[in-house]
Design a protein around this ligand. Structure first.
Ligand code: NAI
Length: 329
């Protein structure tokens, strides 16, 4: 049985080829749209069984509109699904799935951001661009001398710990659920000890109601002076205002942020001629010790292929009424 899937945010330069290859293999008809779903383009979903999206927020209104178009399965080509209103999905009878690709891309990127931060790579690159080959102010530190606190030891956090174990640093870990494999390379401690003892703190938890602004003025106050914060998880785990204040006071020595609060609508679009209103992002970008990237830790050849294959396979399994390992709600 052929099934029809509407794909939003379809990127022609890297996704089109994989979409057409896997759609053919799985006997799926595609309707594609380069933009995020909204109340204007949601009608493209009419006649489709499934909708395939990325990190665009799907609120109750949009969920109702998808249901009205006949969508029964909504799949996100991402690991995180905090952008989807799961309660609304349930209310309107839409099942939700994700596409969790391998953790290595994000884990490698995290280690790169840690190294960039402790070696002041942003300043080094800024200097070479203007032929300033001086050394003052860009002395780095060695990872073997530092304690790294890893919050969240799921697939990505665990892989980061594996990567870091080769550098000889002390590794502390915190998770709601401890893991035996992690214990071989890191020491589980209470969150308070992560704040107190870490020179570098890296975040690898999903964003939930419980950990919104996990890092705020209060928790920053408990950290070591000059602490380095790395976030490749979700922007709202860190209170941006509090981080800016702590960078200004030098309590925080550096930060590397692949994700920031309110990034939706900015990231993945060319805004060079626009006046932007995300003041926190503008300020953070301006600091010499803050490295920003636009939510792309995931972005490797392997990831693109995997999320397209698995998101469409989820649609196929759903269409056939078979067990679907990617269903999350
Ligand atoms: P996972 O589900 O394998 O692991 C998450 C871990 O966090 C679990 O062990 C869970 O017990 C723990 N956890 C949940 N709430 C917690 C809390 N309040 N305190 C402490 N631990 C808690 O997830 P995975 O695949 O490792 O992803 C981690 C994060 O990375 C997610 O936020 C995901 O959205 C983000 N991510 C970011 C990407 C990027 O490109 N920057 C790409 C892929 C994922």
């Amino acid at each position: 049985m052929g099934i029809k899937v509407v794909v939003y945010n379809m990127r022609p330069f890297d996704e089109a080829e994989w979409f057409s290859r896997y759609a053919k293999e799985l006997d799926i008809e595609l309707v594609t749209c380069p933009d995020a779903p909204d109340m204007q383009n949601v009608s493209l979903a009419r006649g489709c069984l499934c909708a395939d999206i990325i990190t665009s927020p799907i609120d109750r209104e949009l969920m109702a509109a998808f249901a009205d178009c006949g969508i029964k399965y909504l799949v996100t080509r991402t690991i995180g699904y905090d952008h989807i209103d799961l309660a609304a999905a349930k209310e309107f009878g839409i099942r939700v799935g994700n596409a969790p690709y391998g953790p290595n891309g994000v884990a490698d990127y995290t280690v790169m951001l840690i190294l960039m931060s402790i070696r002041r790579m942003k300043q080094i690159m800024q200097r070479t661009l203007i032929q300033d080959y001086t050394l003052a102010g860009i002395q780095g530190r060695e990872l073997k001398d530092l304690t790294v606190g890893v919050i969240g030891t799921g697939r990505i956090g665990r892989t980061v710990i594996g990567n870091l174990s080769g550098f000889g640093c002390r590794i502390l870990a915190y998770d709601l659920y401890e893991n035996e494999e992690v214990r071989k390379k890191a020491e589980y401690v209470a969150l308070e000890e992560i704040w107190k003892q870490s020179d570098v703190i890296t975040l690898h938890t999903p964003l939930t109601e419980d950990n919104f602004h996990l890092i705020d003025a209060k928790t920053i106050g408990k950290m070591k002076d000059g602490v380095i914060l790395i976030n490749t998880a979700r922007g709202a785990l860190i209170d941006s205002e509090a981080l800016i204040g702590a960078l200004e006071s030098k309590k925080v020595g550096a930060a590397a942020l692949d994700v920031v609060e309110n990034e939706f609508g900015l990231y993945y679009y060319d805004h060079k001629n626009d006046i932007l209103t995300n003041r926190e992002l503008m300020l953070l970008r301006s600091f010499p010790n803050v490295t920003i990237s636009h939510h792309m830790a995931f972005y490797t050849d392997n990831e693109v292929k995997t999320v397209i294959r698995d998101s469409l396979t989820g649609c196929r399994l759903f269409g056939e009424g078979k067990p679907n390992p990617w269903e999350v709600g």
